[in-house]
Ligand binder design. Structure first.
Ligand code: NAD
Length: 486
């Protein structure tokens, strides 16, 4: 077919024009403007409706994609700094206790500080590189987009701090759906963080929530197409729900951590560690010691040491029953009004006056007592005697209820420690220390307040909130040999 010169010239011009237009477009590919019609200038991430919150969060994430890793690092540090400012730390810790009526102020201070200091940031996102005869391949941790994070009443601010650090470091924006019992402190914290982020130059609305958190709003969030990933920290119901959405979901669910003490343990240390772990924030942490299973030959000594270190022992079966009637619902499970209350408060309700040194209420119970089998989240600690350590480990497996969450053991017998770790298959297994050693307090490793047993991410960190993506450069940047020429 003949093509005349005019036509060729026309085609060449057209191609050149297209190239110029493409260049101009490429030069213009900078961060899109975030439309803020959904936000009045003082709202700092707090919206009236979930739809508005998600739209703003989605726009923020698109803009966040244009920020460098240095900027991400700066924003994560900004978040840490604003939370660690003493007056802010004190405010959110005090409000969390006041609003939820659970836990205690000094321990909330410790937990919030821990979340701000020891939740990993961008350093967690280590790139994998594969090189060989065919070139270079990179595997990078990339953002999911907008993450919907559902947070518990028991660790309301700690979870938001820890999730925000990891999720922002990973390049995401976050819609929080907090427990309605913790809404005011959540709004206060999210406002505080957004304000600091905006002052540091970050896109607006990287972290959002709604004025009235509710189950309905959580449902809207879970179904919303712009929310790419769900992270639920809470009881079994919400974990099951997020896992059934068809979206990528991380479920951090309930535990009922047993602690086994055998005859080889340092009994005094075991007693002190158990009381410290069990009483931490009035037993609210999902990792805290919930029942003790002790070998008979050392049980008396263990109880004596516990009593010398902050335990009040109830021995009368009628009083133990009275206690159970007080703190458990008729159909089973803890009454909300007693979750996270202090030992002194609970004892007072059954007519026992105890001094402030009392941190945990202990009692001997049969192995199938509800105090053993149910996650109470209050400083009531049943003790079950067993004939030997093997029986203790078998019982620990039953009491853990298949949560595969956390367990502790005090022993110097490496074989039995190994047996228990193998058999229980918990996400966290702590040897010869309080439970909190498992989240980086007196134990190596980073911290988290989202321990994902059911979905397997374990102690979540920035990389848990990422998609792994592969980038392949064929036949280049493999520099070890000249086999393919220079
Ligand atoms: P919860 O299950 O009552 O609530 C957790 C969150 O889920 C809240 O935001 C709540 O509003 C929401 N939620 C619950 N049921 C829902 C439903 N049907 N639809 C929509 N949203 C729903 O738990 P909680 O009392 O806030 O927290 C305590 C529980 O969380 C304990 O079981 C504890 O072990 C667990 N927890 C686990 C971890 C972990 O890292 N694995 C950490 C903290 C708490």
């Amino acid at each position: 077919m003949d093509i005349d010169a005019n036509l060729i010239e026309k085609m060449v011009k057209q191609v050149l024009n297209e190239i110029d237009a493409g260049k101009a477009k490429a030069e213009k590919t900078t961060a899109p403007e975030v439309k803020n019609e959904n936000r009045n200038s003082a709202s700092y991430g707090i919206f009236n409706t979930m739809e508005e919150a998600i739209d703003a969060c989605d726009a923020a994430q698109k803009q966040y994609l244009f920020c460098s890793m240095a900027e991400r690092q700066k924003y994560v540090q900004t978040l840490r700094n604003v939370v660690l400012k003493q007056e802010n730390l004190e405010l959110i810790s005090r409000l969390a206790v006041e609003e939820t009526g659970m836990g205690n102020y000094p321990h909330k201070l410790i937990k919030n500080r821990l979340a701000a200091e020891k939740s990993p940031g961008i350093e967690d996102l280590e790139t994998e590189a594969l090189s060989g005869d065919d070139g270079l391949t990179l595997v990078e941790y990339c953002p999911f987009g907008v993450i919907g994070a559902i947070t518990p009443a028991t660790n309301p601010t700690e979870t938001i701090i820890c999730n925000s650090i990891g999720m922002l470091a990973a390049g995401n924006s976050i819609v929080f759906s907090p427990h309605p019992r913790a809404k005011d402190v959540t709004i206060k914290l999210i406002t505080m963080i957004n304000k600091a982020l905006e002052e540091a130059g970050a896109p607006q609305n990287l972290i959002v929530t709604v004025v009235e958190p509710s189950i309905e709003n959580t449902n809207v969030m879970m179904k919303h197409p712009k929310v790419r990933m769900l992270v639920a920290t809470g009881g079994p119901a919400i974990v099951k729900l997020v896992m059934s959405t068809g979206k990528k979901a991380i479920g951090a669910g309930a535990g009922n951590p047993p602690v086994v003490v055998d005859e080889t343990a340092d009994i005094k240390k075991a007693a002190i560690d158990i009381i410290n772990g069990c009483s931490f924030d009035n037993n609210l942490p999902c990792i805290a010691e919930k029942e003790v299973i002790a070998v008979d030959s050392i049980t008396d000594e263990l109880i004596r040491n516990m009593k010398e270190n902050g335990a009040y022992q109830v021995t009368d079966p009628a009083v133990i029953q009275k206690l159970a009637d007080l703190v458990r619902k008729e159909g089973g499970g803890p009454k909300t009004s007693f979750v996270g209350k202090s030992a002194v408060y609970i004892l007072e309700k059954i007519g026992i006056q105890a001094g402030p040194e009392v941190r945990v209420i202990i009692m001997e119970t049969p192995k199938d007592h509800p105090f053993v089998m149910e996650e109470l989240m209050m400083p009531i600690l049943p003790i079950v005697r067993t004939r030997n350590v093997d029986e203790a480990i078998d019982l620990a497996l039953i009491a853990e209820r298949g949560n595969r969450h956390t367990a502790m053991m005090h022993s110097k017998n490496v074989d039995k420690l190994t047996k228990m770790a193998k058999l229980l298959q918990t996400t966290i297994f702590v040897k010869n220390a309080p439970s909190y050693a498992g989240i980086g307090v007196g134990g190596e490793g980073h911290t988290t307040f989202t321990i994902a047993g059911p979905t397997g991410e374990g102690l979540t960190s920035a990389k848990s909130f990422c998609r792994k993506r592969r980038c392949v450069l064929s036949d280049a940047f493999h520099i070890r040999d000249f086999s393919k020429g220079l």
